[in-house]
Design a protein around this ligand. Structure first.
Ligand code: SF4
Length: 671
């Protein structure tokens, strides 16, 4: 059979949302490459997706339902039919509902697929069931809250505007791993003469694209922004016209807050020399159009939302929000592109049910009562690896009275603890609609290959479960194609004027963003609201992190890598090898004082757990910091735990977000 080329979309939780071309022969994906016609990603992919066919056709793919036959967690299963597996699930759920009520059932999912239908269709099923709801706040709700507090619903600038900037600040973003197409634009801008700075907690691979690297202590980025604003105000470098006409609360900031952040004090908080803070402030204020690309990691501390809010005040002082090529890109807000309520169906809930924060799954499984969680249904997520406080989660998953179902492509660390495992499709086997969050693009995809083995999509699995539970709403008897058609048929102002022909061909399509949309402030006052009385704290300031006074010496950065995305892609041997093993990076000074050396087996520990790593000694990491890149599967780890045995269930100041980076550890030689 001749090779056919089909379009698809990268489904992973990455801001770029690349367009793919899939070469298909006899129903098999033979090769995956970037779609040169995609308006933002333009034909290039990161190394993770260059061999997506190896993930789709991995020998590790689950191909039939499985039912547990051994003790919990041993990974001993027998094959079952879908009919049998679904009958077991339905029977157990009926029993649980009659004994404890449906809120004793907890769904758990996040962004294993970013496809709008398959990611969100489980909401409708669990709303209809009356199950507990999951507060899906593991990623960046504090970042959203920080932006909203000062910018309201203002959209971030288009990433291509960076071409018009003369100073680009990559603030807390390892774009070389997590936003490669934006970084490509930054490199082009730099070639034309723009300065590029990287502000981060350690020297990430993105440093190679920067003229200047500023290392700030973990959780201190808000203080750094305040120090820069102090200098800008003190030296009269503000944009007076912009400040007078378009900012609410500059006078209050200047009088009540900024005097408390002279460079010397900020230096003590951040570790950045006072002279550097002063120079940064002057260079920033003198730039014609300074552009900040803000990462998400700096929002994953106890002070995360306030940090983002404070950094977002900085461009206002110099009028950067009013200039093309200037301002701050936090995330592109494409949420209004589709009427998602048609997929999530909150109206199926008979009454508002209990909400469980996904970062506190360990607490939910071990301590929650009235009712206790008696069943956990996990889909396109792997909480035993990616969710904070791994030991608490594993204690919960080990409960013999917990009925756990996992729907996944692989035997993940979570699936090993399941009572029933269901085989899931990869994104190449399903249709869906995607919207990017690092640019203004949408794309529709159709299945490129048939399901591998007996795997089923989220949509088909929930339809099957709905039938088994006796749900007769027409919603559940639609096909995948019908729900997608329904979703794309509903008009949305954000999609007005898109190239429909391209969209229907499955090509990436730009959402038309009005040229001045990022410069038209959608706040109640119509101004940048540095002063916001709707917030518990009306003005930005530096808040301490949870671990500000912690007594362990090293702050742990659980950082991204180019070769994995959280716990995804560990099925590909080559990608694992390119990561060089599960390593903990520390500065030579920290290694020297502990008598541990490069390549040695070490144990990182705190009050929550102990994790073995291979030590990597490098001066890319400053003293006081340790870095663990990637979220490894335990089968490839040096010990029996992975990095989230060290992270905590504490939440952010706003948004109930995760605080992965607000973690202290000690490191010692493994015995
Ligand atoms: S992970 Fe990101 S950069 Fe890599 S292919 Fe997917 S969308 Fe593109």
């Amino acid at each position: 059979m001749p090779t056919e080329i089909r379009r698809s979309v990268c489904p992973y939780d990455c801001p770029d949302t690349c367009g793919l071309l899939v070469e298909v022969e006899d129903g098999r994906a033979m090769r995956v490459s970037g779609d040169p016609e995609h308006p933002f990603t333009r034909g290039t992919l990161c190394p993770k997706m260059l061999h997506y066919e190896k993930t789709a056709h991995s020998p590790l793919r689950l191909t039939t339902p499985l039912v547990r036959i051994g003790p919990k967690g041993k990974g001993e299963f027998r094959a079952a039919t879908w009919n049998e597996a679904v009958a077991i699930i339905a029977a157990r759920w009926r029993e649980i509902i009659s004994g404890y009520g449906a809120e004793a059932i907890l769904p758990y999912s996040y962004a294993g697929t970013m496809g709008l239908v398959h990611r969100n269709c489980g909401h409708a099923f669990f709303h209809r069931l009356g199950a507990s709801r999951l507060d899906r706040t593991i990623c960046s709700p504090a970042k959203e809250a920080g932006w909203k507090a000062i910018m309201g619903d203002t959209p971030s600038p288009h990433p291509d505007e960076v071409a018009e900037s003369d100073l680009v600040i990559l603030w807390g973003i390892n774009a070389a791993a997590t936003n490669i197409h934006f970084l490509h634009g930054v490199r082009e801008t730099r070639k034309r003469g723009a300065q590029v700075w990287l502000i981060d907690t350690y020297e990430t691979p993105t440093a190679a694209a920067a003229d200047r690297v500023i290392l700030s202590r973990p959780g201190s980025d808000g203080a750094l922004a305040l120090g820069m604003m102090h200098v800008i105000a003190r030296e009269g470098l503000i944009d007076k016209a912009f400040v007078e006409e378009r900012i609410q609360g500059f006078a209050e900031l200047a009088e009540q807050i900024l005097p408390g952040y002279p460079p010397e004090r900020v230096s003590a908080i951040t570790g950045v020399p006072a002279s550097v803070i002063e120079d940064m402030a002057r260079c920033y204020a003198r730039a014609q159009a300074p552009f900040i690309r803000l990462g998400s990691g700096l929002s994953r501390y106890g002070n995360g939302a306030m940090t983002v809010r404070t950094i977002c005040a900085l461009p206002a002082l110099v009028g950067a929000y009013g200039k093309r090529g200037g301002g701050l890109l936090a995330s592109t807000s494409t949420g209004a592109a589709f009427a998602m309520k048609e997929v999530t169906r909150e109206d199926f809930m008979l009454r508002p049910t209990r909400i469980v924060n996904m970062n506190r799954l360990g607490h939910a499984l071990t301590e929650l009562s009235d009712p206790p969680v008696k069943s956990l249904y996990v889909y396109h997520s792997n909480p035993a690896s990616v969710t904070p406080d791994q030991n608490a989660i594993l204690r919960g998953l080990a409960r013999n009275d917990l009925f756990t179902v996992v729907h996944d492509r692989f035997m993940t660390d979570t699936a090993r603890w399941a009572d029933v495992v269901l085989p899931a499709c990869s994104s190449l086997e399903t249709g869906d609609v995607y919207r990017a969050y690092g640019t203004y693009c949408i794309q529709r995809a159709w299945p490129a290959i048939p399901p591998v083995g007996e795997s089923r999509s989220n949509w088909d699995t929930f339809a099957f479960l709905a039938e088994a539970m006796g749900f007769d709403e027409p919603y559940f008897s639609q096909t995948e194609e019908e729900i997608i058609e329904h979703l794309v048929a509903i008009p949305a102002p954000m999609r007005d004027g898109i190239d429909l022909a391209r969209f229907e061909e499955g090509k990436g399509v730009e959402l038309p963003l009005a040229p001045d949309a990022p410069r038209t402030f959608r706040t109640p006052s119509g101004k940048v609201e540095i002063l916001n009385h709707r917030e518990p704290e009306p003005l930005p300031r530096h808040l301490p992190t949870h671990e500000e006074e912690g007594n362990l010496p090293l702050m742990l950065m659980t950082a991204p890598t180019l070769y994995a995305l959280n716990a995804s892609f560990y099925e590909q041997d080559e990608l694992r090898e390119r990561q060089g093993g599960m390593r903990l990076m520390v500065n030579p000074v920290e290694a020297g004082t502990r008598g541990i050396g490069d390549g040695e087996r070490v144990i990182a520990c705190n009050e929550r757990g102990k994790v073995e790593f291979t030590l990597a000694v490098t001066d890319r990491v400053p003293p006081g910091v340790a870095v663990a890149e990637g979220v490894w599967w335990s089968e490839h780890a040096p010990g029996d735990r992975t990095v989230n045995a060290l992270t905590s269930q504490r939440l952010t100041d706003r948004g109930n977000g995760s605080t992965f980076y607000d973690t202290r550890i000690e490191v010692k030689k493994a015995r």
